[in-house]
Design a protein around this ligand. Structure first.
Ligand code: GLU
Length: 322
Protein backbone atom coordinates (compact mmCIF):
# COMPACT_ATOMS: atom_id res chain seq x y z
CA UNK A 1 0.00 0.00 0.00
CA UNK A 2 1.34 3.42 -0.90
CA UNK A 3 0.40 5.75 1.87
CA UNK A 4 3.02 8.48 1.60
CA UNK A 5 1.33 9.94 -1.45
CA UNK A 6 -2.12 10.51 0.02
CA UNK A 7 -3.40 13.95 -0.77
CA UNK A 8 -4.54 15.70 2.37
CA UNK A 9 -7.17 18.33 1.44
CA UNK A 10 -6.36 20.29 4.58
CA UNK A 11 -2.73 20.61 3.63
CA UNK A 12 -2.68 24.04 2.03
CA UNK A 13 0.93 23.67 0.89
CA UNK A 14 -0.41 21.42 -1.88
CA UNK A 15 -2.60 23.50 -4.18
CA UNK A 16 -5.96 21.93 -4.99
CA UNK A 17 -6.14 20.83 -8.62
CA UNK A 18 -9.60 19.84 -9.80
CA UNK A 19 -10.56 18.81 -13.31
CA UNK A 20 -13.21 18.82 -16.00
CA UNK A 21 -13.14 15.57 -17.95
CA UNK A 22 -15.88 15.65 -20.59
CA UNK A 23 -16.32 12.85 -23.13
CA UNK A 24 -16.98 14.40 -26.53
CA UNK A 25 -19.78 12.02 -27.49
CA UNK A 26 -22.41 14.77 -27.43
CA UNK A 27 -23.04 18.21 -26.03
CA UNK A 28 -22.49 18.62 -22.29
CA UNK A 29 -25.73 18.35 -20.32
CA UNK A 30 -26.99 19.71 -17.06
CA UNK A 31 -25.31 16.88 -15.10
CA UNK A 32 -21.88 17.62 -16.62
CA UNK A 33 -22.33 21.32 -16.06
CA UNK A 34 -23.25 20.72 -12.44
CA UNK A 35 -20.17 18.59 -11.78
CA UNK A 36 -17.93 21.15 -13.53
CA UNK A 37 -19.44 23.91 -11.38
CA UNK A 38 -18.83 22.00 -8.18
CA UNK A 39 -15.29 21.02 -9.23
CA UNK A 40 -14.58 24.64 -10.03
CA UNK A 41 -16.09 26.05 -6.85
CA UNK A 42 -14.35 23.45 -4.65
CA UNK A 43 -10.95 24.09 -6.19
CA UNK A 44 -11.25 27.88 -6.21
CA UNK A 45 -12.74 28.14 -2.71
CA UNK A 46 -9.54 26.44 -1.54
CA UNK A 47 -7.33 28.73 -3.61
CA UNK A 48 -6.72 26.13 -6.31
CA UNK A 49 -7.64 25.72 -9.96
CA UNK A 50 -8.89 23.17 -12.49
CA UNK A 51 -7.43 21.50 -15.55
CA UNK A 52 -9.27 20.25 -18.63
CA UNK A 53 -9.08 16.82 -20.20
CA UNK A 54 -10.99 15.76 -23.29
CA UNK A 55 -11.84 12.10 -22.79
CA UNK A 56 -11.80 11.10 -26.45
CA UNK A 57 -10.53 7.57 -25.83
CA UNK A 58 -13.30 5.94 -27.76
CA UNK A 59 -12.68 6.68 -31.44
CA UNK A 60 -16.18 5.57 -32.46
CA UNK A 61 -18.00 7.91 -30.11
CA UNK A 62 -15.75 10.99 -30.03
CA UNK A 63 -16.43 13.71 -32.59
CA UNK A 64 -14.50 16.90 -33.34
CA UNK A 65 -17.76 18.89 -33.53
CA UNK A 66 -18.53 17.89 -29.92
CA UNK A 67 -15.01 18.91 -28.82
CA UNK A 68 -15.51 22.33 -30.45
CA UNK A 69 -18.89 22.68 -28.74
CA UNK A 70 -17.39 21.74 -25.34
CA UNK A 71 -14.88 24.60 -25.67
CA UNK A 72 -17.62 27.05 -26.71
CA UNK A 73 -19.84 26.00 -23.81
CA UNK A 74 -17.05 26.15 -21.22
CA UNK A 75 -16.10 29.62 -22.45
CA UNK A 76 -19.70 30.79 -22.50
CA UNK A 77 -20.19 29.83 -18.87
CA UNK A 78 -16.90 31.47 -17.92
CA UNK A 79 -14.89 28.41 -16.89
CA UNK A 80 -11.13 28.84 -16.88
CA UNK A 81 -8.53 26.12 -16.63
CA UNK A 82 -4.79 26.02 -16.14
CA UNK A 83 -2.50 24.89 -18.93
CA UNK A 84 -3.43 23.27 -22.19
CA UNK A 85 -6.27 20.78 -22.51
CA UNK A 86 -5.06 17.17 -22.53
CA UNK A 87 -6.55 14.82 -25.13
CA UNK A 88 -6.73 11.16 -24.24
CA UNK A 89 -6.42 10.25 -27.91
CA UNK A 90 -2.84 11.58 -27.73
CA UNK A 91 -1.84 9.72 -24.59
CA UNK A 92 -1.57 6.15 -25.85
CA UNK A 93 2.13 5.86 -25.00
CA UNK A 94 1.57 6.78 -21.38
CA UNK A 95 -1.25 4.22 -21.10
CA UNK A 96 0.96 1.59 -22.73
CA UNK A 97 3.67 2.29 -20.16
CA UNK A 98 1.23 1.83 -17.30
CA UNK A 99 -0.13 -1.31 -18.95
CA UNK A 100 3.42 -2.71 -19.28
CA UNK A 101 4.15 -1.89 -15.65
CA UNK A 102 1.06 -3.83 -14.53
CA UNK A 103 1.94 -6.66 -16.89
CA UNK A 104 5.42 -6.89 -15.41
CA UNK A 105 3.75 -7.46 -12.02
CA UNK A 106 2.01 -10.49 -13.59
CA UNK A 107 -1.37 -9.02 -12.87
CA UNK A 108 -2.83 -8.97 -16.38
CA UNK A 109 -4.40 -11.76 -18.41
CA UNK A 110 -6.16 -11.98 -21.75
CA UNK A 111 -9.93 -12.38 -21.65
CA UNK A 112 -11.76 -13.86 -24.61
CA UNK A 113 -15.29 -13.62 -23.21
CA UNK A 114 -17.77 -11.99 -25.54
CA UNK A 115 -20.47 -9.65 -24.37
CA UNK A 116 -22.95 -12.48 -24.89
CA UNK A 117 -20.86 -14.84 -22.70
CA UNK A 118 -20.75 -12.26 -19.94
CA UNK A 119 -24.47 -11.59 -20.05
CA UNK A 120 -25.25 -15.28 -20.11
CA UNK A 121 -23.15 -15.70 -16.96
CA UNK A 122 -24.80 -12.89 -15.08
CA UNK A 123 -27.38 -10.28 -16.03
CA UNK A 124 -26.94 -7.39 -13.63
CA UNK A 125 -30.10 -5.71 -12.42
CA UNK A 126 -30.50 -2.05 -13.38
CA UNK A 127 -28.10 0.08 -11.36
CA UNK A 128 -26.10 -2.97 -10.31
CA UNK A 129 -22.47 -3.31 -11.35
CA UNK A 130 -21.35 -6.20 -13.45
CA UNK A 131 -18.99 -8.55 -11.54
CA UNK A 132 -16.60 -10.58 -13.71
CA UNK A 133 -16.46 -14.16 -12.49
CA UNK A 134 -12.85 -14.79 -13.57
CA UNK A 135 -13.70 -17.18 -16.43
CA UNK A 136 -10.44 -16.54 -18.36
CA UNK A 137 -8.17 -16.05 -15.33
CA UNK A 138 -6.84 -19.58 -15.25
CA UNK A 139 -6.59 -20.44 -18.94
CA UNK A 140 -3.38 -22.26 -19.80
CA UNK A 141 -0.97 -20.82 -22.37
CA UNK A 142 -2.21 -23.38 -24.88
CA UNK A 143 -5.84 -22.46 -24.29
CA UNK A 144 -4.97 -18.78 -24.64
CA UNK A 145 -3.15 -19.39 -27.92
CA UNK A 146 -6.04 -21.48 -29.22
CA UNK A 147 -8.61 -18.80 -28.42
CA UNK A 148 -6.39 -16.00 -29.73
CA UNK A 149 -6.63 -17.58 -33.18
CA UNK A 150 -10.28 -16.62 -33.45
CA UNK A 151 -10.60 -13.59 -31.25
CA UNK A 152 -8.52 -10.62 -30.08
CA UNK A 153 -8.57 -10.62 -26.29
CA UNK A 154 -9.32 -7.79 -23.93
CA UNK A 155 -6.92 -7.59 -20.96
CA UNK A 156 -8.12 -7.75 -17.38
CA UNK A 157 -6.32 -7.04 -14.16
CA UNK A 158 -6.48 -9.48 -11.23
CA UNK A 159 -8.05 -7.89 -8.17
CA UNK A 160 -7.70 -8.91 -4.56
CA UNK A 161 -9.99 -9.45 -1.64
CA UNK A 162 -8.57 -6.48 0.29
CA UNK A 163 -10.84 -3.77 1.57
CA UNK A 164 -10.61 -0.42 -0.21
CA UNK A 165 -12.08 2.56 1.61
CA UNK A 166 -13.15 5.63 -0.32
CA UNK A 167 -13.72 8.55 2.00
CA UNK A 168 -15.74 10.72 -0.33
CA UNK A 169 -16.02 14.44 0.38
CA UNK A 170 -19.79 14.39 -0.27
CA UNK A 171 -20.85 10.77 0.02
CA UNK A 172 -18.89 9.79 3.14
CA UNK A 173 -17.04 6.56 3.72
CA UNK A 174 -17.66 3.67 1.33
CA UNK A 175 -16.07 0.25 1.80
CA UNK A 176 -15.37 -1.96 -1.19
CA UNK A 177 -13.89 -5.28 -1.98
CA UNK A 178 -13.08 -5.45 -5.68
CA UNK A 179 -13.66 -9.18 -5.90
CA UNK A 180 -17.23 -8.58 -4.86
CA UNK A 181 -17.84 -5.21 -6.50
CA UNK A 182 -16.33 -5.54 -9.99
CA UNK A 183 -14.16 -8.64 -10.16
CA UNK A 184 -11.11 -8.53 -12.44
CA UNK A 185 -11.72 -5.53 -14.65
CA UNK A 186 -10.68 -4.54 -18.15
CA UNK A 187 -7.64 -2.32 -18.64
CA UNK A 188 -7.43 -2.73 -22.42
CA UNK A 189 -10.33 -3.54 -24.69
CA UNK A 190 -10.25 -6.17 -27.43
CA UNK A 191 -9.96 -3.38 -30.04
CA UNK A 192 -6.74 -2.35 -28.20
CA UNK A 193 -8.25 0.86 -26.85
CA UNK A 194 -7.11 1.39 -23.26
CA UNK A 195 -9.94 1.31 -20.77
CA UNK A 196 -11.33 4.36 -19.03
CA UNK A 197 -10.25 3.07 -15.58
CA UNK A 198 -6.59 2.93 -16.58
CA UNK A 199 -6.53 6.13 -18.65
CA UNK A 200 -8.16 8.22 -15.96
CA UNK A 201 -5.63 7.40 -13.23
CA UNK A 202 -2.66 7.86 -15.55
CA UNK A 203 -4.02 11.21 -16.70
CA UNK A 204 -5.08 12.49 -13.29
CA UNK A 205 -1.52 11.90 -12.08
CA UNK A 206 -0.02 13.45 -15.23
CA UNK A 207 -2.17 16.57 -14.82
CA UNK A 208 -1.40 16.66 -11.07
CA UNK A 209 -5.10 16.41 -10.24
CA UNK A 210 -5.69 15.81 -6.55
CA UNK A 211 -9.42 16.55 -6.32
CA UNK A 212 -11.71 14.40 -8.47
CA UNK A 213 -15.20 15.84 -8.50
CA UNK A 214 -17.74 14.12 -10.78
CA UNK A 215 -21.16 12.47 -10.84
CA UNK A 216 -22.07 9.84 -8.27
CA UNK A 217 -22.57 7.33 -11.08
CA UNK A 218 -18.76 7.07 -11.09
CA UNK A 219 -18.40 6.44 -7.34
CA UNK A 220 -18.24 2.69 -7.95
CA UNK A 221 -15.25 3.28 -10.28
CA UNK A 222 -13.29 4.99 -7.50
CA UNK A 223 -12.07 1.76 -5.79
CA UNK A 224 -10.83 0.40 -9.14
CA UNK A 225 -9.01 3.66 -9.73
CA UNK A 226 -7.56 3.70 -6.23
CA UNK A 227 -6.35 0.12 -6.74
CA UNK A 228 -4.55 1.12 -9.96
CA UNK A 229 -3.06 4.22 -8.31
CA UNK A 230 -1.60 2.06 -5.56
CA UNK A 231 -0.16 -0.50 -7.95
CA UNK A 232 1.35 2.16 -10.20
CA UNK A 233 2.67 4.20 -7.28
CA UNK A 234 0.60 7.23 -8.31
CA UNK A 235 -0.63 9.78 -5.79
CA UNK A 236 -4.05 9.16 -4.30
CA UNK A 237 -6.69 11.80 -4.94
CA UNK A 238 -9.58 13.13 -2.92
CA UNK A 239 -12.94 12.03 -4.35
CA UNK A 240 -16.04 14.20 -4.30
CA UNK A 241 -19.02 12.61 -6.07
CA UNK A 242 -21.91 14.95 -6.68
CA UNK A 243 -25.58 13.93 -6.79
CA UNK A 244 -27.16 13.05 -10.12
CA UNK A 245 -29.96 15.06 -11.62
CA UNK A 246 -32.97 12.82 -12.23
CA UNK A 247 -36.18 13.52 -14.09
CA UNK A 248 -39.51 13.72 -12.27
CA UNK A 249 -39.99 9.95 -12.72
CA UNK A 250 -36.69 9.35 -10.92
CA UNK A 251 -34.79 8.33 -14.05
CA UNK A 252 -31.34 9.57 -15.06
CA UNK A 253 -31.53 12.51 -17.42
CA UNK A 254 -31.05 11.42 -21.00
CA UNK A 255 -31.78 12.62 -24.51
CA UNK A 256 -35.52 12.20 -23.93
CA UNK A 257 -35.36 14.98 -21.30
CA UNK A 258 -35.22 17.87 -23.70
CA UNK A 259 -35.87 20.35 -20.88
CA UNK A 260 -32.41 19.57 -19.46
CA UNK A 261 -30.42 20.25 -22.63
CA UNK A 262 -28.34 23.36 -23.05
CA UNK A 263 -29.96 24.07 -26.40
CA UNK A 264 -33.39 24.17 -24.73
CA UNK A 265 -32.21 26.39 -21.87
CA UNK A 266 -30.25 28.75 -24.11
CA UNK A 267 -32.06 28.75 -27.44
CA UNK A 268 -35.67 28.01 -26.45
CA UNK A 269 -35.87 29.71 -23.03
CA UNK A 270 -33.30 32.40 -23.84
CA UNK A 271 -31.57 32.02 -20.47
CA UNK A 272 -28.18 33.64 -19.98
CA UNK A 273 -25.13 31.76 -18.71
CA UNK A 274 -25.52 33.32 -15.25
CA UNK A 275 -29.22 32.45 -15.10
CA UNK A 276 -28.45 28.81 -15.89
CA UNK A 277 -25.60 28.68 -13.36
CA UNK A 278 -27.91 30.27 -10.79
CA UNK A 279 -30.72 27.82 -11.55
CA UNK A 280 -28.46 24.79 -11.11
CA UNK A 281 -26.93 26.29 -7.96
CA UNK A 282 -30.44 26.92 -6.61
CA UNK A 283 -31.79 23.43 -7.47
CA UNK A 284 -28.83 21.81 -5.75
CA UNK A 285 -29.11 23.98 -2.64
CA UNK A 286 -25.85 25.89 -3.11
CA UNK A 287 -27.78 29.19 -3.02
CA UNK A 288 -31.18 29.94 -1.47
CA UNK A 289 -33.04 31.46 -4.37
CA UNK A 290 -32.83 31.48 -8.14
CA UNK A 291 -30.69 34.43 -9.06
CA UNK A 292 -28.42 35.20 -11.94
CA UNK A 293 -24.88 34.45 -10.69
CA UNK A 294 -21.45 34.17 -12.25
CA UNK A 295 -18.92 31.50 -11.42
CA UNK A 296 -16.81 34.02 -9.49
CA UNK A 297 -19.85 34.99 -7.40
CA UNK A 298 -20.53 31.33 -6.72
CA UNK A 299 -16.93 30.88 -5.57
CA UNK A 300 -17.50 33.71 -3.09
CA UNK A 301 -21.00 32.87 -1.87
CA UNK A 302 -22.06 29.31 -2.70
CA UNK A 303 -22.08 26.66 0.01
CA UNK A 304 -21.46 23.08 -1.03
CA UNK A 305 -22.78 21.70 2.28
CA UNK A 306 -26.15 20.82 0.77
CA UNK A 307 -24.47 18.24 -1.44
CA UNK A 308 -23.32 16.16 1.51
CA UNK A 309 -25.02 12.76 1.63
CA UNK A 310 -27.32 13.69 -1.23
CA UNK A 311 -27.44 11.22 -4.09
CA UNK A 312 -29.99 12.81 -6.42
CA UNK A 313 -31.72 16.05 -7.30
CA UNK A 314 -34.92 16.31 -9.33
CA UNK A 315 -34.60 18.38 -12.46
CA UNK A 316 -37.58 20.65 -13.12
CA UNK A 317 -38.07 22.62 -16.30
CA UNK A 318 -37.01 26.14 -15.27
CA UNK A 319 -39.92 27.60 -17.24
CA UNK A 320 -42.26 25.93 -14.71
CA UNK A 321 -40.37 27.62 -11.84
CA UNK A 322 -39.93 31.18 -13.02
N1 GLU B 1 -15.49 11.40 -19.13
C1 GLU B 1 -16.44 11.02 -18.13
C2 GLU B 1 -17.80 11.62 -18.45
O1 GLU B 1 -17.89 12.52 -19.27
C3 GLU B 1 -16.02 11.47 -16.75
C4 GLU B 1 -14.95 10.62 -16.21
C5 GLU B 1 -14.43 11.05 -14.85
O2 GLU B 1 -14.78 12.15 -14.40
O3 GLU B 1 -13.67 10.29 -14.26
O4 GLU B 1 -18.78 11.18 -17.91
Amino acid sequence: MVSTNVHNPNDLSQPVVGRFAPSPSGRIHVGNLFSFMVAYIRAHQKGGSCVLRIEDLDPDRSKQCHIDQIFRDLDWFGFEWSGEAVYQSERTEAYQEAFDALDSMDLLYPCFCTRADLHAAQAPHPGEEFVYQGTCRHLSHDEQAEKARVRNPAYRICVTNDEIVIDDAFQGEHHYNLQGSSGDFIVRRCDKTFAYQLAVVVDDAYQQVNDVCRGIDLLSSAPRQRYLQELLGLPEVTYAHVPLFLDEEGRRLSKRNNDATLSYLIDSLGLTACQILGYIAYCSGMIDSWESVSLSELIQFASLDALTNTTSIVWKDPSSVK
